[in-house]
Design a protein around this ligand. Structure first.
Ligand code: SF4
Length: 370
């Protein structure tokens, strides 16, 4: 698995918690950044023993670099990744405003490409409050273009609980997307997460927590009516189109992360690269891995992470896989707690999962087992 972080954005959206930088938009800088990514990959790849089967290019806004740079980058990337025929999925995040015929053409020529697009909502007033730089018309035009392209594996994101969100909008957003882009295979549906400052700033427009949960469930039901199954707390897919990359994270597979602010984890060490682009350039130019923090993951930490991530999936914890990883029996170890709170769980021969009606409280339920 390989994660590639491209941190540039044209504008900072009001609610954004991702690491991204604005006002650094120049083709020369993009080119330098892409070359540095390639160099970082060269530095790290010999130390990484796994085959790269999935690639996820996230941000920031990877699509901001434009069609020519994307083409340039993929060409360089495939020169380094030796067994590129073994890659099962390459996801790239695209901003609505960057979707154009040229960029779509470049990515449509890549085998096993998966396009991920953030819609969030079609409500113009919500979009304005959260300062997204896209209008309803922009989204419509972008989805129409994707529909005409030959890219089949498309994922879209929505956020529930946005300012001015309501019951009708939650449903309409999903239905309208499928009208424009019937080939959607995957949806990520998130709750809006805000710090106290924004909660206060938008307090007159935000739905209550209870209403947000209600809207989320309406949106989730609408998605399922289109034949997508909820396979993880925030993710829904047509069978066979679940994200392979994310599923590998949930199974604690090692992954390489490259780019300013990227995380990677292999050989039981999780690292975080420096976020400072200048430092990032400097480290890599001296042939050094640009990691700022390195955390050793002992068995206990890995176990907790596995339990946490597995229980967020619809399937839940696979007992044989747990035993293979940690050489102990999951049920033997946790039977007391599970029996005490049995109303939350489904137990089968192979799995323990949280009942879907309790997904909204999953984090609290999982804590019982950690
Ligand atoms: S485009 Fe995405 S990464 Fe960039 S500021 Fe907006 S939400 Fe954040």
């Amino acid at each position: 698995m390989l994660y590639i972080h491209i941190p540039f954005c044209a504008h900072k959206c009001g609610y954004c918690n991702f690491y991204s930088v604005v006002n650094m938009n120049s083709p020369d800088l993009y080119k330098k950044y892409l070359d540095t990514l390639i160099k970082e990959l060269e530095i790290r790849i010999n130390d990484f023993n796994e085959n790269i089967e999935t690639i996820y290019i996230g941000g920031g806004t990877p699509s901001i670099i434009g069609a020519n740079m994307l083409e340039y980058f993929f060409e360089k990337l495939f020169e380094i990744i030796k067994c590129k025929d073994k890659i099962k999925e390459i996801t790239i995040e695209f901003n609505i405003n960057d979707i154009n015929i040229d960029s779509l053409k470049v990515i449509s020529e890549i085998k096993n490409i998966r396009l991920s697009v953030g819609i969030q909502t079609f409500n113009e007033n919500s979009l304005k409050i959260i300062s997204r730089q896209t209008s309803k018309e922009d989204i419509i035009n972008a989805l129409k273009l994707i529909n005409k392209s030959n890219i089949e594996n498309v994922s879209v994101d929505f956020i529930c609980g946005l300012p001015l969100n309501d019951k009708e909008q939650s449903k309409k957003d999903i239905i309208f997307s499928f009208d424009l882009l019937p080939k959607i295979k995957h949806i990520s549906l998130y709750y809006l997460e805000l710090n106290n400052f924004l909660k206060n700033k938008w307090k007159d427009f935000l739905p209550s927590e209870e209403d947000s949960v209600n809207y989320y469930n309406i949106a989730a039901q609408t998605i399922e009516n289109f034949g997508l199954k909820r396979y993880e707390i925030s993710n829904y897919a047509i069978e066979g189109y679940e994200s392979i990359h994310n599923s590998a994270y949930w199974n604690l597979k090692d992954y390489l992360g490259i780019g300013a602010g990227a995380f990677g984890c292999y050989k039981n060490r999780r690292y975080e690269n420096t976020k400072n682009i200048k430092d990032y350039f400097e480290f890599v130019s001296k042939n050094k891995a640009p990691a700022k923090n390195i955390e050793f993951l002992d068995e206990e930490k890995r176990k907790k992470e596995f339990i946490f991530l597995s229980l967020r999936t619809a399937k839940g914890i696979n007992f044989s896989f747990y035993k293979k990883l940690f050489k102990e029996d999951f049920i033997d170890k946790h039977s007391k707690i599970i029996n005490k709170h049995i109303e939350y769980f489904i137990i089968s021969k192979e799995y323990l999962s949280i009942k879907k009606i309790y997904f909204d409280y999953a984090d609290e339920i999982i804590l019982l087992l950690l």
